[in-house]
Design a protein. Sequence first.
Length: 339
Amino acid sequence: MDPIEALDEISFWLERSQAPTFKVQAFRKAAEAVRQLPPDDLAKLVAAGRITSLKGVGSRSAEVITQSLEDKVPEYLADLRERGTEPLAQGGDTLRAALRGDLHSHSNWSDGGSPIEAMVAAARTLGREYLALTDHSPNLTIANGLSIERLEDQLRIVEDINASHDGFQLLKGIEVDILEDGTLDQAPHMLDRLDVVVASVHSKLRSDKKTMTARMLGGISDPHTNVLGHCTGRLVQGSRGTRPESEFDAAKVFSECAAWGVAVEINSRPERQDPPDNLIKMALDAGCLFSIDSDAHAPGQLDFLQYGAARAEALGVPKERIVTTWPLEQLTEWLSLKK
């Protein structure tokens, strides 16, 4: 087995199971170290028992590399594969099988941890037909948001990737901040060039109800907006701690989403579970469309869609109202209505 493929797959399974970041990064760094070496040099280091002299390679990754070069599946990887046969979430099987793509993901161009190509490879492995690359916009400096110039560079890379991958589409996208005045944090002429715009609030989440409602309605009514991302901004668990829901007039917000053809995101990240159940039901009653998204920041997290599918199915969200179950042709037709 190729050592780099083994190390990358281990990272995928660890990300999927929400292993500590340091553990995932240990295998990512080892894979990168091996990539820099000519194959013969790697074999010589292993034969000499000096593989751990390679910066970034520890005892566990050394074991994986050694067993890979012996043309067998490393024991550590085999164990992760076996554990990975268990679903992440209980229920949601029908919707999970119906999901075709994902409209919210991040790469190392903003605050994700992996190259675009690695995200694409994982999406293809998971059987996705499309994935939207939605790195952050400039205002979110803490997440290395993309300037106009960097976004232009990224779009060229997306075009190159699509030219080399038949049967899979990487959609040009952005997760754009809804600014305090309700405008979107990217130049309109750049938003015009994108396939998917996920609009989200990331700052001043404790604003009063009236202020937050007006802000969200501004983002929803922008003709570029396709998806309203993690609408309450809450955190219910995880390393970042917890955060309460933002206060806004949900009835008005969801009514406007339905009127403007903006899908309400069911964010599948376990620490978000956003919107809460009661708001999903409210959006359902308001006639909204939904987008079950992973908000993945690493390849293994793309499988978080399982969590969103389980919640949506339990709450009775019909498949036909979930845009990420739609074939690419139907999805792109819907997206183009906002252009």
